[in-house]
Design a protein around this ligand. Structure first.
Ligand SMILES: Cc1cc2nc3c(=O)[nH]c(=O)nc-3n(C[C@H](O)[C@H](O)[C@H](O)COP(=O)(O)OP(=O)(O)OC[C@H]3O[C@@H](n4cnc5c(N)ncnc54)[C@H](O)[C@@H]3O)c2cc1C
Length: 363
């Protein structure tokens, strides 16, 4: 008995008696009962109230010696203080100062991207650089091109598509024209640098395969240049892609021209693969001095300019014409595009010139 409870010596005995014995290594003698008793009495789980008097005294002595010295108190206080300061500091840092890891784009759900910089390009168009963590563009596991992202104005839950002109590892750039009465374009232009904007993507606009056609003609108006620019860069960067591209780029005036330097650099590097022809609704004052040596025309895009520069419809499967721009330009050139997922019937100048619907794509 210990403290009024029977010791389970029977169990100890029966376990010892059942244990296999080796002739070389004799099984140790079972712990003597007396030793078990004194061990149990010293055990911290043993209640001193139930223990014999001698053991209770011993327990009291032990408690006395376990009292903390002032130095130990100070040490514990310091440890608690340090812990509190470290945890509190971390909380303040992560709440107010920590820069969240840049997000990556996913087509499925909206994520927040930080507006890192804004570069004004023309009187109504700016380039918006967003910090991101992206895979290599054009690589097999990377960002597909041509593709767009969907930008949400979280203040009114309206979303619009925009085609990044750059997908880099650490950022992507949107070239956005501001419509004074527009929703999302105005929201983007009013967003201060450092704020976050919700976006999802990339969403493939046109599945493109290298060398699927020999000649691509492009007709772009204003910010409609963005998917064309993406595709041109992809084609020219890929050494296995031998496709030739001719771009007719329409703007209201030379002052509205977008990506002029970028296009000129690409065309100068591979003149046999890329030609750019500029058209302006009106000269709008002096034509930029840079334009003097470039092929350009004044007036709306017409049959003459298309026939002169774009691959002819007779090339059949070897020719494609891509069109992107304001609704008026798309309708004038290729017939209206009713909505996002619907190309609508081919119409306009391209139809009159004999192109087939399968040769034409409206972004
Ligand atoms: C695949 C794709 C890629 C695109 N890429 C780009 C890009 O790279 N860059 C770019 O700048 N744009 C791009 N766009 C266009 C862009 O998605 C938006 O349509 C554009 O920015 C206008 O959107 P918003 O919300 O600012 O204007 P909205 O609110 O849609 O208004 C657009 C225009 O319509 C007028 N309007 C609005 N409501 C009315 C009304 N009730 N009655 C009459 N007029 C009205 C506005 O005044 C404005 O002029 C792309 C479009 C698509 C489909």
């Amino acid at each position: 008995m210990l403290g009024g409870r029977p010791l389970r010596s029977a169990c100890v005995r029966s376990f010892a008696s059942q244990a296999p014995r080796s002739p070389h290594r004799p099984w140790p003698n079972p712990t003597p009962l007396a030793q078990l008793r004194s061990t149990a009495a010293r055990s911290p789980f043993c209640s001193p109230r139930r223990a014999p008097l001698a053991h209770r005294k011993l327990h009291a002595e032990t408690l006395k010696t376990e009292k903390l010295s002032p130095n130990q108190h100070r040490l514990i206080f310091l440890v608690i203080l340090t812990g509190t300061l470290v945890i509190g500091g971390d909380l303040i840092y992560f709440t107010f100062y920590h820069e969240p890891v840049a997000a990556t784009l996913t087509p499925e759900d909206f994520r927040r991207f930080k507006l890192a910089e804004v570069f004004p390009v023309t009187h109504d168009t700016s380039l918006f650089r967003f910090t991101a963590n992206l895979p290599q563009a054009d690589s097999p596991a990377g960002i597909p091109v041509p593709s767009h992202v969907v930008v949400k104005d979280h203040t009114c839950q309206v979303a619009r598509a925009y085609t990044p002109v750059t997908y880099a590892r650490s950022h992507f750039d949107l070239l956005v024209k501001k419509y004074e009465n527009g929703s999302v374009s105005r929201f983007l232009h009013d967003t201060p640098v450092g704020d976050f904007v919700e976006m999802r993507g990339p969403i493939v606009t046109l599945p493109y395969e290298a060398n699927s056609v020999a000649d691509i003609g492009m007709i772009a108006g204003g910010t409609g240049i963005t998917p064309m620019y993406q595709l041109i860069k992809r084609i020219l960067r890929d050494p296995s892609d031998k496709t030739r591209v001719t771009l007719i780029f329409a703007n209201r005036t030379p002052a509205d021209l977008l990506l002029f330097n970028e296009l000129e650099i690409l065309a100068a590097a591979k003149p046999e693969r890329l030609r750019v022809i500029y058209t302006f609704d009106s000269a709008g004052g002096a034509i930029m001095s840079d334009m003097q040596s470039k092929p350009y025309s004044i007036g709306l895009i017409d049959k003459t300019i298309i026939t002169k520069h774009l691959p002819p419809p007779e090339l059949g499967r070897e020719a494609a014409v891509l069109v992107c721009g304001p609704d008026g330009l798309v309708k004038h050139v290729a017939g209206a595009k009713p909505n996002e997922g619907d190309q609508g019937p081919l119409g306009g100048l391209l139809k009159e010139l004999g192109y087939e619907a399968r040769q034409v794509f409206k972004f």
